[in-house]
Design a protein around this ligand. Structure first.
Ligand code: 5GP
Length: 342
């Protein structure tokens, strides 16, 4: 539906290597035929589901395909272009810096390369404002978390405002948030914004309780926060009290089987509370979706009018990590575009 494509949108939860499109995967495969990777190993198609375990296997395969500076530059450039073509006006990309001894890739170069792609998209005149969140993979433990925060701090000061925050992601069943708390606290103290994957699976109540006290600036998923699915009112109250926005990714949660069906997605719970909730893609490549489609799915599942959908995309501006002047520019853009979209 053309309305959803033309709707100006804000994307706040997009993992770089999960966002790689089919076309880009083809280019990567042809660069690395020796890896013997087939296209269907990197994407979960329509109607297909995987366990969360299998989803994380997919990321490992994509990481094999993306292991040089050239790969990262191409992937980031393509992903930004695709989001812009989908009507996204403001994008926060997140990615876990990796090093690779065999290709000479370092974590610093990794971040620099993503920043280069963002700057090139600006120079090319794309109508999209892109920022970067440096990601911590929880699997890698305390030391790597601290090292990642230091890198993010450095880049926050020297990237013309492009690095705005930190993400905590990776397999939710591995590791414990208490080991990462000092690193996250440090990040917060130095002015990095925090977006944390919280309660993505049911077994994380204690960790979520602990990390909510930071408090984070946004929450990824938060699938099992509320009492109806085994969370608790205490957790919900902490989220409400601090007014922490949620990043909600419908198709990702269905395909990864943490939510049984669209109608039962926790979007409904938070939407009824009128709590700030932002529709996002998570991994548009792996889950074979885009942001227009996610808005359309939310609208058809929960019976949202076009006006309500508009308000939803507009209110996402309040949740971005870039400073107030950027929010003001975006609000003006939404005002200017409204007559064209309706
Ligand atoms: P990258 O950080 O390499 O650009 O993107 C892929 C990584 O993002 C994965 O290895 C994983 O750490 C993280 N990721 C992507 N999707 C999800 C998700 O749905 N849940 C969690 N917890 N982490 C994810």
């Amino acid at each position: 539906d053309v309305f959803y494509r033309e709707l100006p949108k804000v994307e706040l939860h997009a993992h770089l290597n999960g966002s790689v499109s089919s076309q880009t995967i083809e280019k990567l495969i042809s660069r690395k035929p020796h890896l013997d990777i087939e296209h269907d190993m990197t994407v979960i198609g329509k109607g297909q589901r995987r366990t969360l375990d299998e989803c994380f296997q997919v990321f490992k395969i994509i990481h094999q395909l993306v292991d040089t500076e050239e790969d990262i530059l191409m992937v980031a450039t393509d992903v930004i272009r695709e989001f812009a073509a989908d009507g996204v006006k403001y994008l926060e990309l997140r990615s876990t810096p990796r090093e690779d001894k065999s290709t000479g890739l370092t974590k610093k170069r990794y971040i620099e390369t993503v920043i280069k792609a963002i700057q090139q998209s600006k120079n090319d005149g794309l109508d999209i404002d892109v920022r970067f969140l440096v990601a911590i993979d929880r699997r890698n433990g305390t030391e790597v978390a601290v090292e990642t925060v230091k890198l993010a701090e450095e880049f926050m000061l020297h990237s013309d405002g492009l690095v705005v925050g930190l993400d905590l992601s990776g397999d939710p069943r591995v590791g414990h948030g208490k080991d990462l708390l000092p690193a996250l606290q440090r990040a917060k103290n130095c002015g990095l914004k925090l977006s944390l994957h919280l309660s993505e699976v049911a077994s994380q109540l204690e960790e979520t309780d602990l990390l909510l006290d930071l408090p984070p600036d946004r929450i990824g998923h938060g699938t099992f926060l509320h009492p109806q699915v085994g969370g608790s009112q205490r957790l919900v109250d902490k989220v409400l009290k601090n007014n922490i926005p949620l990043e909600l990714c419908l198709t990702s949660n269905i395909k990864g089987q943490t939510v049984p069906c669209y109608a039962e997605h926790h979007f409904k719970y938070w939407y009824l509370l009128q709590h700030p909730s932002v529709i996002c893609t998570d991994d548009k490549g792996v889950f074979s979706t885009d942001l227009s489609q996610e808005y359309q799915l939310a609208a058809s599942t929960f019976g949202l009018s076009r006006e309500a959908v508009w308000t939803l995309s507009q209110q996402a501006i309040d949740c971005i990590f870039a400073p107030d002047d950027v929010k003001q520019q975006l609000r003006q853009k939404w005002i200017d575009l409204k007559p064209q979209v309706f």
